[in-house]
Write a protein that binds this ligand. Structure first.
Ligand code: DGL
Length: 269
């Protein structure tokens, strides 16, 4: 069990922002990452489709053998965790929404918390529920920013188009509510941090759940006695359901280290 890899999946390359934090926190662990690039974006799909995609992505990772699963996608975390836990018990399944909500509650002073995510994440209201459960007096102001996913996948992290899009999505949110904290409730959004911060201004703290998720995983591995026993750096294996070259090229920017096309295996779900 100790030396089995940790499985991580997302609709695309956004989850590589989470993998990056996991890799930093757990350098001796091995990871299998799956980006379901053929069916991206998940954010515009119905909950039933997202649950089906999440189960199929997890099946591929489980066939390889994993000791823990990180759902590095807010859209899937919001709707698919109960189905994944039921289907793959006793595999520990960790989502990103709970960690993002927890981090936001710790950071916000005023209790006015903004949440940006995909259409699906915002429509489902999972962040509101998780934030209010921890901080009942909080006011949650959510805004879907679906186009950010396409901009991030395009590698347009801080271009004039990205800034104009951030302005169009965020200005109405910021003028209707005095938010002091903005949760990046989609794992594609941390790469757009500069463009988002330029509109949000210095009075708004941006919250990315990646670090909190990584700490949560460290805690679970220690508690369950599952941590890797190796003394060398762990392995990284990547799967994509479409376009391994594109995954490697743009994914390297998300991951902050080179991913070579030959490191990415094409899989059909
Ligand atoms: N990265 C994903 C998330 O965190 C989904 C983006 C999408 O596929 O729409 O929600």
């Amino acid at each position: 069990m100790h030396n089995l890899p940790i499985g991580v999946f997302d609709s695309g390359i956004g989850g590589l922002t989470v993998l990056r934090a996991l890799r930093q926190a757990l350098p001796r662990e091995s990871f299998l990452y799956l980006g379901d690039t053929a069916r991206l974006p998940y954010g515009t799909k119905t909950p039933a489709s997202v649950v089906r995609y999440a189960l199929q992505s997890t099946a591929v990772l489980c066939q390889q053998g994993i000791k823990l699963l990180v759902v590095a996608c807010n859209t899937a975390s919001a709707v698919a965790l109960p189905s994944l836990r039921a289907a793959y018990a006793p595999l520990p399944v960790i989502g990103v929404v709970e960690s993002g909500a927890k981090a936001a509650c710790m950071v916000s002073r005023s209790g006015h918390i903004g949440v940006i995510g995909t259409e699906g994440t915002v429509r489902g209201g999972s962040y509101e529920r998780e934030i209010i459960a921890r901080r009942p007096s909080a006011q949650v102001h959510a805004q879907a920013c679906q186009l950010f996913v396409a901009l991030a996948e395009e590698g347009w992290f801080d271009t004039p188009v990205t800034r104009a899009t951030a302005e169009a999505y965020l200005r109405p949110l910021l003028s209707r509510a005095p938010v002091d904290t903005l949760v990046l409730g989609c794992t594609h959004f941390p790469v757009l941090r500069e463009a988002i911060a330029a509109v949000a201004g210095p009075g708004v703290t941006l919250v990315d759940s990646a670090q909190t998720v990584a700490q949560h995983v460290v805690h679970i591995l220690e508690n369950q006695g599952f941590a890797a026993m190796e003394s060398k750096e762990g392995d990284l294996v990547f799967f994509a359901t479409e376009g391994p070259e594109r995954f490697a090229r743009v994914g390297s920017l998300f991951f902050g280290a080179t991913i070579r096309p030959e490191d990415v295996t094409l899989v059909d779900l």
